[in-house]
Design a protein around this ligand. Structure first.
Ligand code: SF4
Length: 156
């Protein structure tokens, strides 16, 4: 069983949000490790999580991870204010999550504590995803809260 993972804050949030949305975690065409890291977190709520604002454990095998830099782009058709490079977009969102959760690069906490902090500090997430249409963010917030509830109430 893994003892520690490195993760971008928004990737952790995505995993909990997908849990709340009832999504199946499966291999992705990008070959990234979202499904494996999600499994590591779900089977061990005490796994240590190291905050990483660059390429994290999910990014390592991804086809878009080029020497530690993400070369992917994002769909700006519904978020025209957002940067088109995914690494710039990710950093923007990760910095906002860090500010909201009082986290910084290389901080280490358990997955359980991360989720607890999300429950206590996430609040209204509309300003974190301000470039995204409000109805999408409302749905995201609903699923995030549901995922937090499910994670914290389940045994690992
Ligand atoms: S951030 Fe980029 S490198 Fe990392 S998993 Fe996503 S697409 Fe791949």
């Amino acid at each position: 069983m893994k003892e520690m993972i490195s993760i971008k804050p928004h990737h952790f949030v995505d995993i909990i949000t997908l849990l709340g949305a009832g999504k199946i975690f499966a291999p992705h065409p990008y070959k990234h490790d979202l499904h494996r890291v999600a499994y590591d977190i779900f089977v061990n709520h005490d796994i240590l999580v190291r905050i990483e604002l660059g390429a994290d454990d999910i990014c390592q095998p991804c086809i878009h991870n080029i020497n530690g830099l993400c070369d992917d782009t994002i769909d700006t058709s519904y978020r025209p204010e957002a940067p088109s490079l995914k690494r710039e977009w990710n950093l923007l969102i990760d910095n906002r999550w860090c500010e909201r959760l009082k986290l910084k690069q290389n901080d280490i906490l358990s997955a359980r504590d991360f989720c607890q902090w999300l429950q206590n500090l996430a609040g209204d997430i509309s300003s974190i995803y301000q470039e995204i249409p409000a109805d999408r963010t409302k749905k995201r917030e609903y699923h995030l809260k549901e995922g937090i509830r499910m994670f914290l109430s389940s045994e690992d």
